[in-house]
Each structure stands twice: as structure tokens, then as C-alpha cells.
Ligand binder design. Structure first.
Ligand code: GDP
Ligand code: GDP
Length: 437
């Protein structure tokens, strides 16, 4: 079951990103005390009462050419309606219900999606009275919040969980490899889908709904079943998408969320831009396997060093994803296309790989013997035991005398040793430390 998506909408400055950061618990995200800061995180995952969900801060979605506040908020709301399972409509106790709030409420109301009204900046009990007027928005009990003080977050999440729809999504068998194609418009995602489907011995299912703009295309090759999740297919669907072509974050998120393997498609002719990094970063954070696909290789002027240069450039830009293989190809001429599916198979396999505990412990013990953990104020980390607790992505628990003593650089070292032994090509690895002597 795919994780449900909760989107936060509301006027600028009501505190969306503050609350967003509280929900995802990321203390590192920056909320500066001035309006209109750009956010570099607008997506995260949260958990409440054992249910996990994705959260999107729509305030961080830029919409080209939209500088009017009301139009911007309206578009963000429309995107949220299209993509989210539940909407948190955030307002500000200090300013009360504004005209813009009422207008957005109308749009949300008509959508029929579940909406929770959250009133932020209720910083003290005196302010509690200010929330009553928000009943007039028509979405039931408003939830009082103070982002600054971290008050009300639990109530908000409780209200969300109560209203979230349960298990509606159709999903695929576990042995189906789900592949999402993400990348900016025009990098060639649709062309690549067509090229893959046009390959020899690919059998595309004739199931209902497999139309030109279907988002999912199941197919079989050499007895392996796949589903292509194409984010480009949705472009043709609605007005909002056309205008937000540049920042099609939400639909990329959802596609990544449902995938095992993410193809980060890059236009070889243009090189790497910031947005590619953001998108790839999400795949990494969500624990998906990734492959960089450098498309349009046919029109790149090449000599014998071009591929190496491009490879170096990808490695420089995506430092945190050095595990992801790179495939250069042309969807148009189909040159090198035959290399792609085997790479997808390989990273999907590694993403689902389980390493036996005794082998893992041998590797970790050797690593510790070669380079013992450094001491910290006279205390030394002791690594006692390691075991892989889950797959997709492979997740390893390391039991130590004191998790506080595990430093980032040593964790990196252990990860490198584990990769050197078992590879885990194409997949992020998650290492967690737990106390156990
Ligand atoms: P967004 O534009 O809706 O995402 O709003 P931000 O999260 O960027 O917050 C806008 C401003 O409101 C910032 O200066 C925050 O520090 C401030 N703010 C956020 N939450 C609260 C709160 O609960 N109380 C008060 N007094 N200020 C808040
Ligand atoms: P999408 O928006 O990412 O789905 O991109 P499209 O598949 O619609 O492709 C955008 C444009 O790039 C179209 O004109 C394609 O014909 C062209 N294109 C796609 N792949 C290639 C390729 O490998 N080489 C060349 N030269 N053009 C390509």
C-alpha cells in the first residue's frame, strides 16, 4: 500500500513550513524569521499512531509567472487537490479568517477531499478564543497550533489519521519491478517509455486503462514482470500541470514513492541542473534504488573522454548517490538501450538483497579490527553486532555500547566496507545504531 499523501496549503507566512518541519522532525531545515524564504525541502515523511504518510509543503512549490499571492495559493491548492489524499488547510490566528482563506476554502470544499483546518500561531491560551471563527470555513473542528512552541502537532496528526482514506490504492505483486521515470520536461521520458516498450520480446499487457496517457504500463520481458510509472503521461491531463511544468514535484514524489527503481533521466545535451539534484535527492531519501539515465546521447558531441567527463560531473553533483549506476543512451535511435533493463534488474535485485547475519558480522568485525572507532572524551565506541533487519532499501542495525559515540564519518566507513563486501549497487543503505552491550 502506497503511503498516503498529506498536503499543507495556505497563505504565505501562516507557518506552513514551520509546521511541516515539526511534522517531519527535521531540525536541520531552515525556517528564518523573515517572510518569503525559499525552502529547499518541501517533501518529507512522518508517522503517527503507527501510520506513516508523506507530507508536502505546497508553499514551496513555485509556479512559473505567478506572483499574485491569491492566484499562487489557489494553484497550490489545486495541485494539492489533485495529488493529495488529505489536505491540511493552514491559517493564522493572528490575522483571523481572511478573504483569501475563504476563497481557498471554497476550492477545497468543492474538491470533496478530506480537509483539516489548522490554525497556527496560537502561542498562548488567551489566543484559544481566536480559533472559533475558523469554524466558519466549514471543515469542522479547527486544530490550534503553535509552530514556534511545537504545540498541537499531535492533535493535528491525530485528526489527519482519522480522516485519511484506508488502503484504496491498487498495487502490484512483490516480484513486479516498479520503475519510475523522473526528470524535467523534455528530457525524453515518454520517448524512453516508448523505446523500452518497443524493444524486442517486450510484451505489454493489454489490461484496461493502458492508454496513451496511462501512468502505469505493465510489461513482461524474459519472464520478468515490470511496471513503468511515467510521470510525463500526466502532463497532458490538466491546466495546472501545464503551468507548473517546471516544478512538477508532487507527481514526481508520488511516482517515486510507488517505485522500486527510479530512473533519473537527464538530458545529455544540457547537462545537470539543480532540479535534477532535488529529484534524485528524493529518490535517495525515500530509500529507492536509482539509475542515472543520460538520454539524447546521439546528439552529444563526443570524443573518447566525453563519457568520462559526464560521469565525473554526475559523481560531483550527486555525491550522496555514488552507488547509482549511469547508463548513456538514446531513446530516439535506441543506441545502448539494450543495456538499460539488465541494469534495472540488477539494482532491483540489490535493493531487495538480504545479507546473512554471520557474513555481515564478519565484515563489520574485520572493518572494526582494521580501523578501530576513534575515542570521544576518553570513551570508545564498541561495535557488538550487526544484522540486516529489512530490504527495499537494505536496512542494517548496528548494536553498540553507546549510539552517541557513533560518528558520521565512522558510520560512512562501515557503510563503505559493507558495500565493498556485498556491493548493494544502485541502492541506498540505511544504517541505524542501537544500544546493546
Ligand atoms: P509559510 O510561508 O506559511 O511556510 O510560513 P513559515 O513557516 O515560513 O512562517 C512564517 C513566519 O511565521 C516565520 O517568521 C515563523 O517564524 C512564524 N511562525 C511560524 N509558526 C509560528 C507560531 O506558531 N507562532 C508565531 N508567533 N510565529 C510563527
Ligand atoms: P518528456 O517530456 O521527458 O517525456 O520528453 P519527450 O519524450 O516528450 O521528449 C522530448 C523531446 O526530445 C521530443 O522532441 C523527443 O523526440 C526528443 N528526444 C527524446 N529522446 C531523444 C533522444 O534520445 N535523442 C534525441 N535527439 N531527441 C530525443
Amino acid at each position: 500500500m502506497a503511503r498516503p499523501v498529506i498536503a499543507i496549503v495556505g497563505r504565505p507566512n501562516v507557518g506552513k513550513s514551520t509546521i511541516f518541519n515539526r511534522i517531519i522532525g527535521d531540525r536541520l531545515a531552515i525556517v528564518e524569521d523573515k517572510p518569503g524564504i525559499t525552502r529547499d525541502r518541501i517533501y518529507g515523511t512522518g508517522e503517527w499512531s503507527g501510520r506513516s504518510f508523506s507530507v508536502i509543503d505546497t508553499g514551496g512549490i513555485e509556479i512559473d509567472g505567478e506572483d499574485g499571492m491569491l492566484r499562487l495559493v489557489r494553484m497550490q491548492a489545486e495541485l494539492a487537490i489533485e495529488e493529495a489524499d488529505l489536505i491540511v488547510f493552514m491559517a493564522d490566528a493572528k490575522s483571523g479568517v481572511t478573504n483569501a482563506d475563504e476563497e481557498v476554502a471554497q476550492i477545497l470544499f468543492r474538491s470533496g477531499k478530506p480537509v483539516v483546518v489548522a490554525v497556527n500561531k496560537v502561542d498562548n491560551l488567551q489566543r484559544m478564543d481566536d480559533i472559533y471563527e475558523f469554524y466558519s470555513l466549514g471543515f469542522g473542528d479547527p486544530i490550534a497550533l503553535s509552530g514556534s512552541h511545537g504545540i498541537g502537532i499531535g492533535d493535528l496528526l491525530e485528526a489527519c489519521i482519522e480522516r485519511l482514506p484506508v488502503g484504496e490504492d491498487q498495487e502490484y505483486d512483490d516480484d513486479v519491478i516498479k520503475v519510475a521515470l523522473i526528470g524535467r520536461p523534455n528530457v525524453g521520458k515518454s520517448s524512453l517509455v516508448n523505446a523500452i516498450l518497443g524493444e524486442e520480446r517486450v510484451i505489454v499487457s493489454e489490461i484496461a486503462g493502458t492508454t496513451r496517457d496511462a501512468i502505469d504500463t505493465p510489461f513482461v520481458k524474459d519472464d520478468q514482470r515490470y511496471v513503468l510509472i511515467d510521470t510525463a503521461g500526466m502532463r497532458k491531463r490538466g491546466k495546472v500541470y501545464e503551468t507548473t511544468e517546471k516544478y512538477s514535484v508532487m507527481r514526481s514524489m508520488k511516482a517515486i514513492e510507488r517505485a522500486d527503481v527510479v530512473l533519473v533521466v537527464i538530458n545529455g545535451e544540457e547537462g545537470i541542473i539543480e532540479q535534477d539534484k532535488h529529484i534524485a535527492g528524493y529518490a535517495h531519501e525515500m530509500g529507492k534504488a536509482s539509475v542515472f539515465v543520460v538520454n539524447k546521447w546521439d546528439i552529444v558531441e563526443k570524443d573518447d573522454k566525453t563519457m568520462q567527463h559526464f560521469t565525473n560531473s554526475i559523481r560531483d553533483h550527486f555525491l550522496f548517490m555514488s552507488y547509482a549506476p549511469i547508463v548513456f543512451l538514446s531513446a530516439l535511435t535506441k543506441s545502448r538501450l539494450h543495456r538499460l533493463l539488465p541494469v534495472i534488474d540488477r539494482v532491483a535485485e540489490q535493493h531487495a538483497m538480504r545479507v546473512p547475519t554471520h557474513l555481515l558480522n564478519d565484515v563489520v568485525a574485520d572493518a572494526v579490527a582494521i580501523t578501530p572507532p576513534p575515542t570521544d572524551k576518553g570513551r570508545r565506541l564498541r561495535v557488538n553486532y550487526a544484522t540486516q533487519v529489512s530490504v527495499k532499501p537494505p536496512t542494517i542495525l548496528i548494536f553498540v555500547n553507546d549510539p552517541e559515540l557513533m560518528h558520521f564519518s565512522y558510520e560512512r566507513y562501515l557503510e563503505n566496507k559493507i558495500r565493498a563486501a556485498f556491493d548493494f549497487e544502485g541502492t541506498p543503505l540505511r544504517l541505524f545504531t542501537r544500544r546493546k552491550s
